[in-house]
Ligand binder design. Sequence first.
Ligand code: C2E
Ligand code: MG
Ligand code: MG
Ligand code: MG
Length: 290
Amino acid sequence: SAARGVADRVARYDPRMELGGALAPELMAELGAAMAAGQVVVHYQPQVDVCSGRVVGAEALVRWQHPVHGLLGPNAFIPAAERTGQIRPLTRLVLDHALAECARWQADRPLSVSVNLSVRNLLDPAIVDDVRDALERHRLDPSLVELEITETSAMVDQARSATALRALAALGVTLSIDDYGTGYGSLAYLQELPVQRLKIDRSFVSDLRRSHASAAIVRSVVDLSQRLGLSVVAEGVEDDETLVLLRDMRCDLAQGFGLGRPVPADRLCDVVRRIDAHVPAVLGLGVPAQ
Ligand code: C2E
Ligand code: MG
Ligand code: MG
Ligand code: MG
């Protein structure tokens, strides 16, 4: 399908895009103009409620539609954008697109939107103004917006990022820890930071059916989340069987290629409809009456 094609191109490994690769400095010089020219776009991947099988939100994932190199995934330019001081305008662009889309979705159904923040965003107090401005500009209820940070980024400068996270939480947005289980963070920060959600890294989830160790880790993180009163998302759900296992473990939300790949905003509606039509049946719920 077309959706598969887009995702495969994003995932394709191109050595020229590596950090420090010959093309990276040139590319970074182009990024500002690319943003102004509308080449930096946002795709959306649905997040599904594991109990009902219904789509309840979408994660915003940035891409660069480059005229020569094709569709570039974030790993090709986010790290360099951080180093070259371009992460603030990039994050503002993603916030602007994502919150505008989310405001549009509300006419149809109350889907939430998740935006990824970089470590540099957390170290720059201006992020709080940028998020507040975007919420006001799009007149969006902050409870519909989730901000994702990795545990590693929260650990870089714990005092500074804790201050930023408290100020963001005070705006009323949801904060979640992305790629949970892959960092070296202690568990203490879960108590100290105003985090409401954990996203289990896809390396554990995509392995769930085959690996006892991965299954034990996923089960433990779901259990930990519940005991701490946090919600929990499994990323990297690639097949129906994994979704059913996650439901049996009482995981709250699921995201992955098996449910829906990241797509441009104008295709999200189709993906949501397809999930609504098929996933409840996978969970043994039948298709709900519309
Ligand atoms: P992430 O936030 O953990 O996002 C999930 C990544 O896993 C996405 O890759 C998504 O396409 C991919 N994915 C989702 N489901 C599956 C699955 O079932 N199997 C596999 N193999 N992969 C799956 P993507 O879009 O290439 O993004 C990579 C990372 O780049 C993100 O990881 C996030 O850390 C970062 N990123 C993306 N957008 C932004 C952004 O706007 N700002 C910042 N600062 N970082 C971003
Ligand atoms: Mg994320
Ligand atoms: Mg992740
Ligand atoms: Mg990741």
